[in-house]
Write a protein that binds this ligand. Structure first.
Ligand SMILES: Cc1cc2nc3c(=O)[nH]c(=O)nc-3n(C[C@H](O)[C@H](O)[C@H](O)COP(=O)(O)O)c2cc1C
Length: 246
């Protein structure tokens, strides 16, 4: 249709990168692209920490479950929900900071950070770079916060590893049929027959991608993943950071 749409529709996560740092020019354009994203009421409530130090990358990789593509990559960015700047401004202006501790303000910061990250991801892919989000950093948010010296009113959300892809066979992973995602006017109950055909499609996708080593439907993957309670330390961490308390 056009180059932007082609880039968006051609997305797949890259998990093997050349051992080559992004150039200063690439870094600058990626950060600028991230910052161009819409931001709720202009709050710009996020920070991005670029991790070029290999030792810190190794530590982050260990937290994230030894994901090698966080170490051998062009750059590893960590996206932080960040209301610390707002705390400083409110204190300077002698405005009560209690509002910063509400769930609404945490959500605003998390949404802002996610929009900025996805802008960066698309910009990177448009330059022929590969990307992969790294939610694994939330395996130990406390350790991440210590490692990155995070102040109160901040939370590490996810990493984004960006680099020069090493040639691979990956193809865009088929998404849910539009009928299950896009609802006309009001919410529609899920059509189980459509789900069943998608499950079959995903089974075939994994079968082909892994040469038969993994044959799993989308429903099976969800039951194994999102059906499990995990990272139960997040609530206490948010409270410690003065976030999401009301
Ligand atoms: C917030 C977020 C966190 C993710 N965390 C990881 C991760 O820790 N490790 C990983 O290999 N992929 C991670 N992914 C990538 C997803 O697994 C991937 O986007 C999904 O399976 C769809 O595949 P695709 O991106 O190739 O289309 C993450 C994606 C998102 C959006």
């Amino acid at each position: 249709m056009n180059k932007t749409i082609d880039t968006i529709l051609g997305h797949y996560s890259v998990r093997k990168f050349a051992d080559k740092a992004l150039t200063e020019e690439e870094l600058a354009v990626l950060i600028k692209s991230a910052q161009a994203a819409s931001t709720s009421s202009f709050v710009q409530a996020y920070s991005i920490i670029g991790i070029s130090d290999k030792q810190i990358r190794e530590k982050i990789s260990a937290i994230a479950g030894n994901q090698a593509y966080t170490v051998q990559t062009g750059q590893l960015f960590i996206f932080i929900a960040d209301l610390a700047r707002h705390q400083a401004i409110l204190e300077r202006e002698e405005v009560d900071i209690e509002a910063l501790s509400t769930s609404e303000k945490s959500l605003v910061a998390i949404i802002d950070a996610a929009l900025a990250a996805q802008n960066m991801a698309i910009a990177a892919e448009s330059l022929g770079l590969g990307i992969c989000y790294i939610g694994g950093i939330r395996n130990d948010v406390k350790k991440m916060a210590e490692l990155l010296d995070l102040p109160p009113y901040t939370m590490p959300l996810f990493g984004l590893t960006v680099g020069y892809p090493v040639a691979n066979q990956e193809k865009a992973k088929p998404r849910l049929p539009q009928e299950l995602i896009y609802h006309q006017n009001t919410y529609q109950k899920m059509d189980l027959a459509i789900l069943a055909s998608y499950d079959e499609k995903i089974k075939q996708y994994y079968n082909k991608r892994t040469s038969g080593k993994r044959v799993e439907s989308w429903s099976e993957q969800m039951a194994r993943g999102i059906g499990q309670k995990n990272r139960l330390d997040l609530k206490a961490f948010l409270e410690k950071q003065h976030l999401s308390q009301k």
